[in-house]
Each structure stands twice: as structure tokens, then as C-alpha cells.
Design a protein. Structure first.
Length: 192
């Protein structure tokens, strides 16, 4: 049976700073350790069986590293009173190189990973409909998300990870954009 899981253990400090209009920014330097299981590389999985160095137990051993997390939030209180239903927020997580992908047929060093939602615009529909006492019971939001070097895989890596392999249409080494996410998202958050 194929299964994949990523678990991480983080420890560090968080520094909190106030921003105008009930806002804040938090910065956290961290120690980071990831425990990873990749069933797709495990011996016995039909695609890994052909690999000369399949992974016996599926566990991937990575080195401890550093991480930095930043979060912010701010109401747009400078808008006219009839428009004070909006806020902005965002987050960014930067994780250092976790060493080599040990236990896999590939012997590639991981790259620093950036996972972020740099901007989210939120409309407080609860406050708009029910007044201050219903604030943030229903939020409508739109955001931009960017994730580079997903899981530490180099976006310019060897074939079959983030670029095409030999015999692929367009030739080997062509970027597939499979290790970078760049997307717009929208959603509704309801508080019970």
C-alpha cells in the first residue's frame, strides 16, 4: 500500500509587534526537523521496483535545519467608515535546506523552501450585515499563494522531479513547473 506523509517538529521564539488599526506582525525564528515517508519510492511499489536503489521502508531521512515564519494582520481602518469592513493579512514560511534526500534513488540536495500567502484581502460580511457584534462570523476572502521548491525539491532539478526526462516531448530538462505553486484562491470562513 502506498502512503505519503510529512510531519515536522518546530521549536523557537516568536516576536510580536503591533501595527496600526488593530494590526500585528509576528516573526518567529525556528529550529525545524522533518520526518517524511514517501511510499512512491518504497521497494514494492510498482514504479519504484524498477529503480536500482529503491527505498526499503519508505522513510526519508532529512537533516535538522532552520526556519523563519512571518504572519501579519491589519484592519483597513483608514478607509471611510462605510468601507471599514476590509482587512489584509498574510504569512510566509522559509525553511532552509534539509540536506540530501537520503534513502532514495536520487541523491539530490534539497533547496530552501518558500511557502507563502503574501496577501489576503478579507471582507467582514458578518459585520456588514449584523454590525460589530457579528464581526468576523462570516468572512469572504481572496488571496494569492506562492510555494517555491515544494518539499525542498529544486525547481530546476534532475529529470522526473521538477523537469522532464529523456524522451519527453520538447526534450529532457524542460521545466514542468511541478515544484512551484502560484495561484489565486478565494473562500468563505464561518465561525460557529
Amino acid at each position: 500500500m502506498t502512503s505519503n506523509s510529512k510531519r515536522s517538529l518546530v521549536a523557537g521564539l516568536q516576536f510580536a509587534f503591533d501595527l496600526p488599526y488593530k494590526g500585528y506582525i509576528n516573526v518567529a525564528p525556528l529550529a525545524y526537523f522533518e520526518m517524511n515517508h514517501n511510499g512512491f519510492t518504497q521497494c514494492g511499489y510498482f514504479l519504484a521496483q524498477a529503480a536500482p536503489n529503491c527505498n526499503p521502508d519508505g522513510n526519508v531521512h532529512l537533516d535538522p535545519t532552520w526556519a523563519l515564519e512571518v504572519n501579519y494582520y491589519m484592519d483597513l481602518g483608514f478607509l471611510p467608515p462605510d468601507w471599514q469592513y476590509f482587512s489584509i493579512s498574510g504569512r510566509a514560511g522559509l525553511i532552509g535546506s534539509k540536506g540530501h534526500w537520503q534513502g532514495l534513488a536520487i541523491n539530490e540536495k534539497t533547496k530552501p523552501e518558500l511557502n507563502s500567502e503574501p496577501i489576503r484581502l478579507t471582507f467582514d460580511a458578518g459585520k456588514f450585515v449584523g454590525g460589530e457584534r457579528r464581526s468576523h462570523e462570516v468572512d469572504l476572502w481572496v488571496s494569492y499563494r506562492y510555494w517555491q521548491n515544494m518539499y525542498g525539491d529544486d525547481q530546476n532539478s534532475a529529470p522526473f522531479i521538477c523537469t522532464t526526462g529523456a524522451g519527453a516531448p520538447g526534450g529532457a530538462g524542460r521545466q514542468t513547473n511541478s515544484c512551484t505553486v502560484s495561484s489565486a484562491e478565494t473562500g468563505v470562513t464561518v465561525k460557529f
